[in-house]
Write a new protein. Structure first.
Ligand SMILES: *Cc1c(COP(=O)(O)O)cnc(C)c1O
Length: 378
């Protein structure tokens, strides 16, 4: 059986969790949390990072920090995870959906332009599969209309746009370490604060609306309730797990990238014959090995391929369903068609990509797909 995902354990996790226990600091903002922050700040030049209990939490922090609320409009892609939008809707904003590009789930800059009104305050982009959005055009729009930019970089660890790391473009950016992502800690995430004016308040929101972080640094002699907030910080046990993974980042990334390369090689002939399309990063974007996704001719063909692969005990997965058509959002949607988001909802299929899948298993998957298309080649 080849399942869709298997969490990869580097081996150091147990040792670091033991160390966290021995530190006698297992609540949040402890020694391992600080090491994780430092890792990201040094490796990617992020000015300020805060680990969170999930990417969802980091998105909720972003919405609070940017003071978004009723009367504000925020533009999102429709082909994304629920949390990208839900986190902001919790604050009472009006969500406005822009379509994906025709050939890639990333948001279409032209579609963003068409959705801007005087009420538009922020734009949330998702670097789908770790492939950078069209940042030059997006930054131009952001500057022109004085928007706040949030990058949902949940897929986008160790990914770049023209040599600049994803997560460094937005005023704020969010990452996920959920067990389905490249670097994991069970449930976990991170908020990146690129705009210094949000730094101080971010620490306060993170620590239940108190200035405890400043207190720990010795900047104030007692801490108290100074603003709204919640408990967004993960325990140091979680951070210990994450640190173990981060120390293996280079190896994990190169392994995942080679898996994606092996799919390209194994499916080369079918790709050349245009039996399906592969979701491929643009020239300006890197491949970070988060996923390998193909787009089939139509929904029945996707179902047929899924069934075919299941017979060989191979379990691929489709991905998001357009949020503008979700049961929750349908009554709130302005009725505008988003054909590209719908296309990816109906036809996109992800093949298994996880650290411990081996070359023979990838070959087996490619062979099963070739068998499915056997006799159909033009
Ligand atoms: C996984 C994911 C999230 C949510 O991450 P959690 O850490 O599970 O909260 C948000 N946005 C996108 C695009 C994701 O893929």
């Amino acid at each position: 059986m080849i399942q869709f995902n298997k969490p990869h354990i580097t081996g150091k996790e147990f040792r670091y969790i033991e160390e966290a226990i021995n530190n006698q600091w297992i609540s949040g903002n402890g020694p391992f949390t600080k090491r994780c922050h430092q890792f990201f700040e040094e490796r990617y030049g992020f000015p300020k990072c805060l680990l969170t209990s999930s990417c969802t939490d980091a998105l909720e922090m972003a919405a609070l920090l940017l003071d978004l609320g009723p009367g504000d409009e925020v533009i999102f892609p429709s082909f994304t995870f629920v949390s990208t939008v839900n986190a902001f809707m919790l604050r009472g904003i009006k969500a406005v959906f822009a379509d994906s590009l025709p050939h890639h789930p990333n948001i279409d800059p032209q579609a963003i332009r068409e959705r801007i009104t005087p009420q538009t305050k922020a734009l949330v982009i998702v670097h789908y599969g770790g492939a950078a959005c069209a940042m030059e055009e997006i930054l131009e729009i952001v500057q022109e209309h004085n928007l706040l930019l949030i990058e949902d970089a949940a897929h986008a660890i160790d990914a770049y746009y023209k040599n600049k790391p994803l997560g460094s473009f937005g005023h704020l950016a969010t990452f996920s370490f959920h067990e389905t992502k490249n670097i994991i800690c069970g449930e976990g995430g991170m908020l990146v604060i690129n705009d210094a004016r949000f730094e101080e308040r971010a620490e306060i929101l993170w620590e239940k609306g108190t200035n405890r972080t400043a207190f720990y640094r010795g900047e104030v002699d007692k801490y108290g309730w100074v603003d709204l907030g919640s408990s967004f910080l993960p325990s140091d046990l979680t951070a210990a797990f994450l640190m173990a993974q981060l120390e293996c980042l280079a190896g994990i990334q190169s392994k995942r990238k080679s898996i994606v390369e092996n799919y390209y090689k194994g499916l080369d002939e079918l790709i050349k014959n245009a039996l399906f399309q592969v979701i491929t990063p643009e020239d300006y974007a890197t491949q970070n090995g988060h996923l390998f996704a193909i787009v089939l001719a139509d929904e029945p063909e996707r179902s047929a391929l899924i069934n075919h692969l299941k017979q060989s005990e191979i379990f691929p997965a489709f991905h998001y369903q357009s949020l503008h058509k979700s049961p929750y959002f349908t009554p709130l949607h302005d009725g505008r068609a988003l054909p590209n988001a719908d296309l990816f909802s109906e036809r996109l299929l992800r093949l298994p990509v996880y650290h411990d899948i081996n070359v023979a298993e990838i070959q087996e998957i490619c062979n099963a797909i070739k068998e499915f298309y056997g006799g159909r080649e033009a």
